[in-house]
Design a protein around this ligand. Structure first.
Ligand code: TRP
Ligand code: SF4
Length: 399
């Protein structure tokens, strides 16, 4: 297990918007300074839902990486890579698919949800059903301890844990693990061996957590067995052996506080976004057109900020005194909505203009972007190759 490693990925949906920036990228930027971070473009994942659509994947991948860099992901600190440049992901996905029960994939909530949501697409495909398993391969390849994701992805990390556990159970046993474990049990002495066996049985048959704890405690008290035997017997209670693919944990990103122009979550499919590349004029126009509290028909009608999407944006961008100015001006009908919106427009422009200067610089140097992707992918591949040789070795594919 790489205790200090974080891994996360994003599908190449093209240019990013403020929802991505406030909801994901700012979090990644903070993590990159604390962890050995791997951020990748999940380009194969795009085909799980868009296999029939003509999309310019190359442009989407490049533009997304440009946006990451411009937002502050540092390629000297974090490793940025592209999934398809590390084809080992496909091999691990294939090998994991052999032992993954169909029912585990069918019960991932996004499987049915997305099928209902994207009714115009035929998502009754093998690839779509298996996409959370591809994600498991993405994660397990790097033995990352933490996976920063939003709420919607937590179930996928849970699946990854189960997949890892099963893999370790099936292939992690050393040669003769069971025999060695059984021999160690007899060394415990008759009485202790008997309790160990009954606790192990209780745990294995019913998942009794108490029994697991008692059995582990029993092992700790043993004086007459070696350390190796103790470790073996500890794994033997759960039926596992060597841990080849450690179980990751999700690092839940707080729900993005970034509302869209209509107060719903900012998302391309709702058409309520401000792109990281929108010009100052576009930003101004979009915010000017935002709906406000419908009660404020005339300037003299008092309003309620809680009923206004502009207020949600003030909560993201404005300091305390500006927020007080909004509440006072709105509820007492002291100012109009146009005036109220101005500080939000100014803050967005101030946030995005320096980012856009960096975007322009990277955009002008596509070779540099390709080189960053190449170097990151090579680095990722180095780890992927190591993991795959352990996986192949455990499965006996070494000839
Ligand atoms: N499925 C994720 C999404 O749709 C993207 C993704 C693919 C991912 N592989 C991953 C995220 C591995 C975290 C870790 O957003
Ligand atoms: Fe919204 Fe501001 Fe208008 Fe109140 S004054 S309704 S908070 S835009």
């Amino acid at each position: 297990m790489q205790d200090n490693r974080v891994l996360s990925g994003m599908r190449p949906t093209g240019r990013l918007h403020l929802g991505h920036y406030h909801g994901v990228l700012k979090n990644w930027i903070a993590l990159q300074n604390e962890y050995d971070s791997y951020f990748f473009v999940a380009d194969w994942h795009a085909f799980t839902t868009h296999y029939a659509d003509k999309i310019d994947l190359e442009t989407n991948v490049i533009e997304m990486v440009v946006d990451w860099l411009a937002a502050g992901i540092n390629p000297n600190t974090a490793t940025i890579f592209v999934q398809s440049k590390v084809p080992e992901h496909a091999e691990l996905h294939l090998l994991l698919s052999m032992s993954t029960p169909l029912s585990w994939l069918e019960r991932v909530p996004s499987y049915k949800d997305q099928q209902l949501k994207l009714k115009t697409k035929d998502l009754g495909t093998y690839g779509f059903l298996g996409y959370p398993l591809l994600q498991s391969a993405d994660i397990l390849m790097y033995k990352a301890s933490l996976v920063p994701v939003g709420e919607d992805q937590v179930a996928h990390v849970e699946l990854t844990r189960e997949v890892a556990r099963r893999f370790n159970y099936l292939y992690g046993r050393e040669a003769g693990f069971e025999e060695k474990s059984e021999a160690a049990v007899t060394k415990m002495g008759k009485k202790q061996a008997k309790s160990y066996r009954s606790l192990r049985k209780a745990y294995q048959e019913t998942g009794d957590g108490e029994a697991l704890i008692k059995a582990q405690a029993l092992l700790q008290q043993q004086q007459n067995i070696t350390l190796g035997d103790r470790e073996r017997l500890s794994g033997y209670i759960e039926g596992v052996g060597r841990i080849i693919l450690p179980e990751p944990k999700s690092l839940l990103t707080k729900a993005s506080k970034m509302p869209g122009l209509d107060g719903q979550k900012m998302s391309k499919s709702y058409g309520n976004t401000i792109s990281l590349r929108d010009s100052a004029q576009e930003i101004e126009l979009k915010v000017r057109r935002m709906p406000t509290d419908p009660a404020r028909v005339k300037l003299t009608d008092p309003g309620d900020p809680e009923k206004c999407p502009v207020w949600q944006l003030h909560k993201v961008y404005s300091d305390e005194s500006t927020c007080e100015w909004v509440v006072d001006g709105c509820t007492k009908a002291k100012m109009g909505c146009v005036e109220c919106k101005q500080p939000v427009i100014d803050a967005m422009i101030a946030e995005l203009m320096p980012m856009q200067e960096r975007i322009a610089k990277y955009q002008a140097d596509p070779e540099l972007i390709k080189q960053i992707i190449h170097e990151g992918s090579e680095k990722a591949r180095h780890i992927a190759k190591e993991t795959m040789s352990e996986v192949r070795e455990a499965m006996g594919i070494t000839y």
